[in-house]
Each structure stands twice: as C-alpha cells, then as structure tokens.
Design a protein around this ligand. Structure first.
Ligand SMILES: Nc1ncnc2c1ncn2[C@@H]1O[C@H](COP(=O)(O)OP(=O)(O)OP(=O)(O)O)[C@@H](O)[C@H]1O
Length: 822
C-alpha cells in the first residue's frame, strides 16, 4: 500500500462527489491508481476507487465501467457503485477487495502456493473467466495481480476479477463471434500472455485460459521459466517451444490435460469450461482437498514452510522439488526480485486495434534491472472513449415509440410529437422540431451571443419545479450523446476542449466543424452502451443482477438530467460539468462569431405515473430538471444538453414503455433507430402544418401515414385529444442550482455564455388547429461536415426540398481511426 502523495491523482481526505472520501492509495498499475475510500453517505463503507487522469490521451476506465456493469451479479465481480469524471480524472467506484493473488503468492515463503490453494484458486479463476466470457468479453490480461480475494468475512474466500481495461468483445450484437483481425497487436502481460498474443493474433477465449494455465504453473512452481526474460518475442518463443510436460513437472497431471485441451482451441472455439473445471475438481478430490480448507495465507503459510514433508501434487515430494529446480533453474534467491515482472504492466506492440474495446496500450519496462523497482509504464496515445453514434432517426424513433405505445397505452393517446429535420439554406444546420400537444408548458430558448437571461424563465421554472412530483425511476443504460453548435465562424485553434472532443469524437478532426456550443455526454457511467459497445448491449448475455447499491437503483444514477445537474447536490453537478462540457476552465472565451441559435424547449406540468416510468433517464420532474434543485436557475440552462437529454429521454421513455407494454422491442440508440420501424406510422408534414407526401407535396394533415424514409422529415401523428394527460418526455429544460463554489459557478457562467440565452417561457402561438398548447421544439445542429445526408435542403427562396436519403447523423460518432489520425 502506498499513501497518497503529490503527483498522485487523488489526495487523502479528498472527497469525491460529496460521497467518497479518499483514505489511501492501494494500488496502481499501467493505467490508473486505486484508492481506498469511505462512503460517507453509507456508514463509511470502504470502497475502492480506480481513477485515471483525464489527461491520459487514451482513457480506458470507460471500458472497465462497461464490463463491470455487465458483470454485476456475477460471483467474481466487484460491486459497481458508481463512476464519473471531471476535468481532472475519471473514476470508478467499486467494492473494495483484499489482497491480490500476486501479493499473496509473494508473501509465501517459497513464492508458491500449495496444490490445495493453487488449484482452488484456479477453480475460481476459471469461473471468473467463464463469467466474463459469458457476457461476450475477453479479459485479455489474466494475471495474479488482476485477481483479489474478498475483504469481508462473507467474501474473503472468494476470488474477484479486476481490471477490465484490456477487455474486448468477442461477440457481435447478434451473439456471433466477431471476425478475427489478421493482425491484432499484442495485448496482455508478457509473463502470462498466450502464444497467440505474442504472435499478435486475435485472441480468443482460450487465450484467457492459457494465461490461467501459466498462472497455475507459477502458483505451483513458484515461477515461470521466462520470468526473467525481458524480450517479449523471446518469451513468446519460449512459450511456443515449451515442453508442457516439462513445464508441469511436479504439478498435478490433470494440468497436462488442461493444456492439451487449450491446444485444440482456435479463435472461434468454445472452450469446454466444464471439462476444465472437472480436471481441477479431480485434482482436489484425488488429493482429498475440500473447498473450505484454509488457504495458505489463512494458515500463515505454515503449511508451506515444511512442504517437503507434505504431499505433493502427484504424491511425490522429490518430484515436486525437482520440478522446482527444473522449472526455475534461473530463479534467484530473493523472492522480491520477481515483484516487478510479476506485476509488470501489460504491453502492446504494433498497435493497430481499431476497436473501441480495450485497445489500450500498456508498455512494459524494457530495461529491468530486476531490482525492486516498480515497472515503468509508458503511456502512449491512449484511445479516447468512443462516444456513441447518434442517429437523427431517433427523432422518428420517438414518434415510433409514441405510436407504438399509444396504440396500447392510453397514456400517450393524447400526445403528439412533430418532428422535422432539415438543413438550412446554409446547409450548416439541421433542425429538429418537436411538437407536443398538451397541457405542457412550453419554453422557448433562444440562443444568443451574450448569454443574457431574463429572470422570468427562472421564476417560471421554479414554479414548475415546485409543481413537479417527486418520482424515482430505475435507470436506463441507454444514453445519447449529442452536440449542438453555433452557426458562424469556425473557432481558431484549440479554442475549447469541447471542440477538440467533438472533433475527435466525430472523427472529423482536421476538418473543423462549426463552433461547438456544447457537447453533452449523457454521463460517464451511463454511457457504457454507447461506448462502442452497442453490440454488447444486445448480446444474449446472462441476465444481470445489479447489487442493491447499483447505480441502477440508487442515487448514483446519472440520467441525462442528472448529468444536467438538476437531480442531486450541486457538488455532484459540478463534478459532472467538466465532463459534459470539457472546456478548459481557464478558457472563458465565447466561440468567435457565434450566431444565435434557436431552441425551443418544453417541459411538462405532469409526470408520467411512476408505474409507467421505466427509467430515471427519463426527464422526470423530480430527478430531472426541476426535481431537487431548490433554486432552479435559467442562467444555468445548458440548452444543448437539454436538447440531447430530451432526445434521450424521449426514446428511453418509449423504449421502456413499449417494452412494458410488451409491444415494443428495445433497440440500441447507438445503432440508430430505423425509419423502417414497422410499428411507426408517420405523416410527413410541412412546416405550415400540411402533410407532405413522399414527393414533398403538401396536403392538409390528416392521419398517420407511413414514415418518410427519404427527404421527408416531418412526423406527425394525428391526435384526437389535445390534452396531454401525462408527459415527462418533454421535461428537459435545465435548471442548475447555484452553488456556493464561486469558481465553479463562474465556470458555468462562462460555459453558459458560450451557449445560449434562455428567454422567457411563452405560450406556443404556433399550435396546429388540432393541437392546443402544442410545444414546439427546435433543435439546430450545425454539422456540415458531420452530417452526411440531409433530409431537407432549403433553397434561397426558402423552399424546402427533400434530398438524399436519411442516414445516421454521426455527429458524435467516434472513430478511433480518425482519432488516431488526428
Ligand atoms: N476493487 C479493488 N479492491 C482492492 N484492491 C484493488 C481493487 N481494484 C484494484 N485493486 C488493486 O490495485 C491493483 C491494480 O489494479 P488494476 O489492475 O485494476 O490497475 P491497473 O492500472 O489496470 O493495473 P495493471 O496495469 O498492472 O493491470 C490490483 O492489483 C489490486 O491490488
């Protein structure tokens, strides 16, 4: 254990998100630092916090979050408590475990475990590997220091798998094995990496098991023959040419079969986990080892000090001793000498991974002097997190959901959403308009340069906030990332981090997009599904059970509106703010020549009844905009965030409602929602309220028709009852609480100035004749280089014409390749 010191990301006593108080550093690897902390909101429960600097060019904690969340409920997974990020670091909070197996082995007088301990550990590790494989991921860095024993009396004999930074999905969204790449680059830790990894080939499930095999040999023998070899290729050669029989001298013979089975497996092959388990179980039964026998460390390793007297793996002490000699002929006397190599960081070479999953580059020290020094880790160009692609078809998906649900559910009987997407004549903008008829309250938010705000909206929002009922909902994993931008001049240089982020995220670095007003990422912890892991979200994985303190169920959840800073303490909002708007706090300049942007926001007086609320991501009045914010302030409105959260909320709502109705299949946002959705009935409608046919000819709006898949962009469903009895899908206006933290407040203000101006809420005067109190939402997204298809072009004379085919608007779709090019 090391204590915090300068240069470390966190310091003792530091409190994260008003909740986790740092105690001390307990680990650090190639990527992050691991701290023990106290959950001061939960009886000072001890937790582990893994942090990674936000300055790391490749950030992999997001992958860890994604995998850990999917592993929730599994026997060998830490509990996930939360995560987030700010301008300094990303963090993952999980249950605190005990010592890792590398440390436990080194504490052993002979740096090895008894057969009893080694095989039982192997049994558990095999189970852990099986678990991660079952959710469609490979670990790719199986090694002793990535497994820890539990810490509490109830789990101290359980092995926990750690560190998913190098994980990779091996299944696609259909649950099929992904095609192997011809060259994959090295992943893992040299000592335990499989020969496949050494050969830079695509790793499969068997490769994790090979690493387990090497671990077992090390556990039993005390070391591996290549433990001192620095050269990765040399180690690979040694492994390739290793005589397994010789390697396993003195070890249980069943391990030969274990290796033989692995040798039969190729990339796509399913390992016979049962058989491997049986082999290990056979060792235990043959040696009359019980699962609840004490582990070596529980005996103070006393069983090992006199191990020559005891039974050996195959019942022959002399063989056992010989095997040590054979396998460890270059083993030095000082056990600590192994330390550095044992925990060496995973390395990678020939990095060309274009996948988002765990393509971290970790470099092992090249020059070890085999002393006690810690390995030096060289951080390379770590990949930035991949933001999910956002489809503009989401807009239509919302309508689809409404239609689908409304046919089954009276809740939406009276609701209408009107959608339009078109490019402005400058082709720099895309507008999305929503109209929601109801008794909802409409807000009009108009972006402006100066960011001045009328006090009226704030007051109005406050009133509304007081009207909202408090509702708690389970959280959805869905997330949507989006950005809105000012039209106008392009920013110069690295004007803001936000800009940089968006450029990278959208894979358009080098081709400067218009100034970005803001970028909102739904939240670090919520975005796993969008983190290039969309396929995983649809994997036929085992049902995941989330612990009682899962963010799905507790206050840690970060729905978009929370991310907008409205649902919890202002501190929490602050912690998130830099994440959502990763703009250098020193940079307060507004985007140059930013032109006004119009956004009409909406909110609702009434919330969807709690029984029908599927997601905390839904913009509920309580958890959302007005909920806990006792002093909502329009000055804190982050328009673009609201817009995007609105999208997300809409879709989440309908996804979930649809699911609840047993009628609507959930679909991944990140994959976009197709206009082909047969559940959807759309009518195309011109801005004047007339319906558009497929050729764009305007006719009076009448009833639902088929969706427009080409240039059409207006979706209107005729409603019979204008009054919307319940709607929370339109509550996405943001009202952050003022905070006592002046600096953060100032930062927010600066951000705000760069974004939008909120004008006073006003009644919608543009309601259609069928719709009273309709709410008109307009979203302007400038993305000429990002939007590769247009729904409408608008000619100089103002006439709109449908053009092209509708495609995904990947305005935040991150391409690692593009990023690396950048
Ligand atoms: N939840 C936890 N509870 C207790 N200790 C932990 C926890 N997570 C990690 N650690 C400790 O921190 C060490 C490093 O953790 P981890 O492997 O996740 O970091 P890393 O930066 O990825 O390291 P490496 O690059 O060496 O794999 C672990 O070996 C373990 O000792």
């Amino acid at each position: 254990m090391t204590s915090s010191s300068e240069g470390e990301i966190l310091q003792a006593s530091q409190i994260i998100r008003d909740r986790w108080k740092i105690k001390q550093k307990v680990g650090g690897g190639g990527f992050g630092e691991i701290y023990e902390a106290l959950d001061i909101q939960n009886h000072n429960e001890r937790v582990a916090i893994k942090v990674e600097s936000s300055k790391a060019t490749k950030q992999v904690l997001k992958m860890e979050v994604a995998v850990l969340r999917r592993l929730q409920g599994k026997v060998h997974a830490c509990k996930f408590y939360g995560c987030g990020r700010n301008d300094k670091f990303n963090y993952l909070v999980m249950s605190l475990q005990g010592k890792n197996l590398a440390d436990l082995r080194r504490e052993s007088p002979k740096q090895c475990f008894s057969v009893s301990t080694a095989i039982r550990l192997g049994f558990q590790i095999l189970g852990a590997i099986r678990e991660i494989h079952s959710i469609g991921f490979l670990h790719r860095d199986i090694k002793p220091s990535n497994f820890a024993m539990g810490r509490t009396s109830s789990n101290m004999r359980n092995v926990f798998m750690l560190d998913f930074g190098l994980a990779r999905q091996y299944l696609n969204a259909k649950g099929e094995i992904r095609s192997p790449r011809t060259a994959a680059g090295f992943r893992g830790t040299v000592r335990y990496a499989s020969v496949t990894a050494h050969k830079n080939k695509e790793m499969g499930r068997q490769d994790d098991l090979w690493s387990l095999f090497y671990m077992l040999v090390e556990f039993l023998q005390g070391s591996l023959p290549w433990r001192k070899i620095k050269d990765k290729d040399e180690v690979g050669r040694m492994k390739d040419e290793a005589d397994i029989g010789k390697l396993l001298e003195g070890c249980p013979q069943e391990l030969n079969e274990f290796a033989m089975h692995l040798q039969t497996l190729g990339y796509p092959d399913l390992p016979d986990y049962d058989m491997l388990e049986r082999l290990l179980a056979t060792v235990l039964s043959r040696m009359q080892i019980k699962m609840d026998d004490p582990y070596d460390w529980e005996l103070g390793y006393e069983n090992l000090t006199g191990r020559t007297k005891g039974a050996t793996a195959n019942g022959n002490a002399s063989t056992r001793l010989r095997s040590h000699t054979t396998a460890m002929k270059d083993r030095g006397p000082a056990e600590e000498k192994n330390r550095a190599l044992d925990t060496q960081a995973p390395i990678t070479m020939g990095e060309d991974d274009d996948e988002q999953t765990g393509n971290c580059m970790r470099f092992a020290p090249v020059h070890h002097d085999d002393k006690h020094e810690k390995p030096k880790y060289k951080r390379q160009e770590f990949m930035r997190p991949k933001y999910g692609a956002v489809s503009f078809d989401v807009i239509d998906a919302v309508n689809a959901r409404i239609n689908a649900v409304s046919s089954k559910n009276e809740l939406f009987e009276n609701m209408q959403i009107e959608t339009s997407v078109h490019n402005k004549d400058d082709r720099n903008s895309v507008e999305a308009n929503f109209e929601v008829p109801s008794n909802v309250v409409k807000y009009t938010v108009v972006g402006a340069k100066n960011g001045s705000l009328s006090p009226q909206p704030a007051a109005r929002m406050k009133n509304l906030a007081q009207q909202q009922s408090v509702e708690k909902t389970p959280k959805s994993n869905r997330s949507l990332t989006g950005s809105t931008k000012y039209t106008g001049k392009q920013p110069k240089s690295a004007d803001t981090n936000a800009l940089m982020d968006d450029e990278i995220a959208s894979g358009t670095a080098g081709k400067l997009a218009p100034t970005i007003v803001s970028k909102w990422h739904s939240s670090f912890d919520e975005s796993a599904d969008d983190d290039g892991l969309a396929a995983a979200g649809d994997l036929p994985v085992e049902k995941q059970t989330v612990g009682k303190r899962s963010p799905l169920a507790n206050d840690n959840r970060r729905g978009p509106l929370r991310a907008l800073g409205t649902s919890s303490s202002s501190r929490q909002q602050q912690a998130l703010a830099p994440s959502r708007f990763p703009i250098d706090s020193n940079n307060s300049s507004s985007p140059p020549s930013a032109e006004p942007r119009r956004t009409t926001m909406t909110t609702s007086r009434s919330g969807i009844p709690s029984t029908t609320q599927p997601s905390s991501n839904v913009a509920s009045p309580s958890s959302g905009v007005f909920g806990s914010s006792s002093r909502p302030s329009a000055t804190n409105t982050t328009t673009s965030s609201s817009i995007m959260s609105h999208f997300k909320n809409l879709v989440n709502t309908f996804n979930n409602l649809g699911t609840a109705a047993g009628n609507v299949r959930r679909r991944s946002l990140s994959r976009g929602v197709s206009l082909d959705d047969t559940r959807t009935n759309f009518s195309a409608r011109s801005p004047n309220g007339n319906q558009l046919n497929s050729t764009g000819v305007s006719t009076p709006v009448s009833s639902a028709t088929t969706p427009s898949s080409g240039g059409g962009s207006l979706g209107v469903r005729k409603i019979s009852h204008p009054a919307l009895t319940s709607s929370k899908v339109v509550t996405s206006t943001v009202a952050n609480s003022p905070t006592s933290d002046e600096e953060r407040e100032l930062r927010r203000q600066r951000r705000l100035r760069r974004r939008s101006e909120v004008t006073l809420p006003q009644k919608d005067s543009n309601s259609t004749e069928n719709i009273q109190n309709a709410v008109h939402k307009t979203i302007v997204i400038n993305s000429p280089t990002l939007v590769d298809s247009k729904v409408f072009t608008v000619a100089d004379d103002g006439k709109k014409a449908p053009v092209g085919r509708r495609k995904r608007y990947q305005f935040l779709n991150f391409s690692p390749r593009a990023a690396s090019k950048s």
